[in-house]
Design a protein around this ligand. Structure first.
Ligand SMILES: Nc1ncnc2c1ncn2[C@@H]1O[C@H](COP(=O)(O)OP(=O)(O)O)[C@@H](O)[C@H]1O
Ligand SMILES: [Mg+2]
Length: 672
């Protein structure tokens, strides 16, 4: 019961959006439930008319008048109850009797045409009505459930998108897929299968119970005496099913993860011959999930035989009682029909209980993420950022990937470099003036990408602040802040759509002409035109059908079309071979024109055009200056540069060469 309420409470805000059809479904469901009583009554009515020697009129329960009965014996509570019900039912019964005289044949009397038609049509007509009501009610419920599922899927996807990296760092793609598809599907199952039954069946149960009670209350008590015995196993098994369902979902997540990982790293799977290992992994997860499925089925299927056994015990008792008390055949058949209908909904209700228990494991997961809040959000009084005017300033910026630990460490004043999981940056101070190109150098793992992550507010700083035009970036609207920036990364992320749509991702409202122009600027136009479908060529998952250099040029075109004042480059050419690198670098240089550029590079030659280079070592700035200054200083930077074959002397030599060329081309240079 608790779980049913939980599921309903979760689903109610969604259901209420479709209140009209939902209520219609509920209403028709109630009518359906009530229509079951008609079937029992009609059966009793017909069978009683077969035997003229027996009591002909419906109902079969002895009709008592209050006065008459009182004269014989003092009334019991049950008698009182029966009387008060009869007050309302008697007029109806009289009408039914009058009607049946005309429309239903009776044994031992001549039969009319109307009675032939009535006799043939009564049960089919009632059944059709009942079936129609059940159908319409189920359809409206299913429709509502579908709509709820659509909304829910969208909401879950939106929620996952809205959550920040701290959540996404901890969860897996398989888990996301299962939340959007599996867990929402669980609610759908609950609502579409369970909800209509949850309304129809209890009403059916109640109506049938009342009708049986009306026919013979003693018999009703006797035949339903085993009812409570069905409840306990239902509850116990329900709990078990729920635990199993949780495990089943875990299995589903593992399975999705194996698949996602496999195809995301397909080249490696092939190259390292990991197919067998991956297939074994999948086999294990599939088997695990199936085992849970079977365990759940064992519980669910055990329930039916238990309920059926108790119901047949009820039937046995009815038979004995009827013979002993000398009831009419009509009564007996009506009663047995009623019992048949009675235990049907009971079985269904038990099954619904199981369905809800099973769904509730999925609902738990949905509730879990609906409670999560993104950590990086707009401040309540967030300001719009219309234009980037002056500078970006890092002021005493400290950061760690586990915010609590990092904050504690910062308070304690400890310098914790060497354990980046605790603290990655400590007290970074530097300025990026508008229009300048600032390079960030440092060994891998020094915290360069982390720095860029903070600029985009993928993570918020823990100590200090990043200011843009003198205002903390946390005070701007997040969307505005990010709209001022474009990023090109080493790990190129493209969508499996056309080239054009990948470029257009930079600014969704752009025209095809703008896309082509951006591609031309990114030196991508030629290779795109050489593709089978030009700009409409599908590039495969993560751009698998393009070479590294081509992918990078598409991503540069995407940054071009964004036309953002701040360009962020994170090792954009690091994974390219030197020939391609030169081409891509030329495109990047073009993209960098008239923009503020923050450029992270491990390969230091890339940083040569920077106005200023900041060298980070274990989370602190160890050097700062121009390329030449840093080289001649002979510190960290010079040492790393030397390892890459760059020395002050080699640079001076190259410069002299290019200056030599320059004097030929530029007469001004010669006169200077
Ligand atoms: N999402 C993350 N969660 C926890 N630690 C991270 C995360 N990303 C990076 N780190 C750690 O932070 C440190 C700096 O990483 P990063 O900024 O990527 O270095 P790089 O200078 O090579 O770009 C590394 O030690 C890395 O292990
Ligand atoms: Mg990096």
């Amino acid at each position: 019961m608790h779980d049913i309420l939980k599921v309903l409470k979760f689903g109610m805000p969604y259901l209420s959006r479709y209140w009209f059809r939902f209520s219609l479904g509920v209403f028709l469901g109630i009518l359906f439930g009530l229509s079951n009583a008609t079937i029992i009554s009609a059966t009793t009515l017909i069978f009683n008319r077969l035997n003229a020697s027996e009591q002909v009129h419906y109902p079969i329960a002895p009709r008592m008048s209050k006065l008459g009965a009182r004269a014989l014996k003092p009334p019991t509570t049950t008698d009182e109850l029966t009387w008060s019900v009869q007050q309302y039912t008697d007029p109806a019964m009289d009408a039914i009797n009058a009607w049946s005289e005309v429309w239903l044949p009776i044994a031992g009397r001549p039969i009319t045409w109307l009675q032939i038609i009535g006799g043939i049509m009564l049960l089919p007509a009632i059944t059709l009505l009942r079936g129609g009501l059940g159908y319409a009610s189920s359809y409206f419920m299913a429709w509502t459930s579908r709509m709820v599922m659509i909304d829910l899927k969208n909401d879950v996807f939106h929620k996952l998108n809205s959550l920040s990296f701290d959540y996404h760092d901890k969860s897996t793609t398989g888990d996301h897929i299962l939340r959007v598809n599996g867990d929402t599907g669980a609610l759908y199952g609950c609502l579409s299968l369970g909800l209509s039954d949850l309304i129809k069946e209890p009403i059916t149960l109640l109506t049938v119970f009342c009708t049986l009670w009306y026919i013979d209350w003693k018999l009703t008590i006797i035949s339903t005496i085993f009812l409570p015995a069905c409840v306990l196993p239902t509850i116990l098994m329900g709990r078990k099913v729920r635990r199993i369902a949780k495990e089943g979902i875990r299995g589903g997540v593992m399975q999705a993860d194996v698949l996602v990982q496999n195809f995301a790293n397909f080249r490696i799977v092939k190259a390292f011959g990991l197919e067998a290992r991956q297939e074994k992994l999948l086999d294990e997860t599939v088997r695990f999930e199936s085992r849970q499925g079977l365990r759940a089925i064992r519980q669910k299927e055990m329930l039916n035989p238990i309920i059926e056994t108790f119901s047949s015990m009820g039937v046995g008792i009815v038979l004995v009682y009827v013979i002993w008390s000398g009831q009419t055949t009509g009564n007996l058949i009506g009663f047995l029909t009623g019992l048949g209908i009675f235990y049907g909904p009971l079985k269904k209700l038990a099954a619904i209980h199981m369905v809800f228990q099973q769904c509730s494991a999925g609902i738990d997961r949905l509730m879990e993420i609906s409670r999560l809040k993104p950590t990086v959000v707009d401040a309540p009084d967030a300001k719009p950022l219309r234009e980037f005017r002056d500078k970006i300033e890092f002021r005493d910026v400290s950061f760690g990937y586990s915010p609590e630990t990092a904050a504690q460490m910062l308070e304690a004043g400890g310098a914790l470099h060497g354990d980046p999981t605790i603290m990655v940056h400590k007290n970074l101070n530097f300025t990026i003036p508008k229009g300048s190109k600032v390079g960030i150098a440092g060994e891998t793992g020094a915290g360069k990408t982390t720095l860029l992550n903070q600029l985009f507010r993928f993570y918020d700083v823990i100590g200090g602040s990043i200011e843009l035009d003198g205002v903390d970036i946390r005070k701007y609207k997040l969307a505005d802040l990010r709209s001022k920036m474009a990023i090109v990364t080493q790990d190129i992320q493209l969508f499996d759509t056309s080239i054009a749509s990948n470029i257009a991702a930079g600014r969704p409202d752009c025209t095809h002409e703008e896309i082509v122009e951006a591609a031309k600027k990114a030196s991508a136009h030629e290779f795109i035109m050489a593709q089978p479908n030009g700009y409409d060529t599908m590039i495969g998952e993560r751009g698998s059908r393009l070479s590294g250099g081509q992918k990078q040029r598409v991503s540069i075109a995407r940054a071009f079309i964004r036309d953002a004042p701040i360009l962020v480059l994170d090792e954009a050419t690091a994974s390219l071979d030197s020939a391609t690198e030169a081409e891509v670098q030329a495109a990047i240089d073009k993209l960098s024109e008239n923009r503020t550029v923050v450029m992270v590079a491990h390969r230091l030659s890339t940083l040569r055009r920077c106005d200023k280079i900041i060298v980070i070592e274990r989370g602190v700035i160890v050097e700062e200056g121009s390329f030449d200054e840093l080289l001649s200083k002979g510190g960290f930077f010079a040492a790393s540069a030397a390892k890459q074959g760059i020395t002050a002397a080699s640079v001076a030599m190259e410069k002299a060469e290019s200056n030599g060329n320059g004097t030929v081309l530029e007469p001004q240079g010669a006169t200077a």
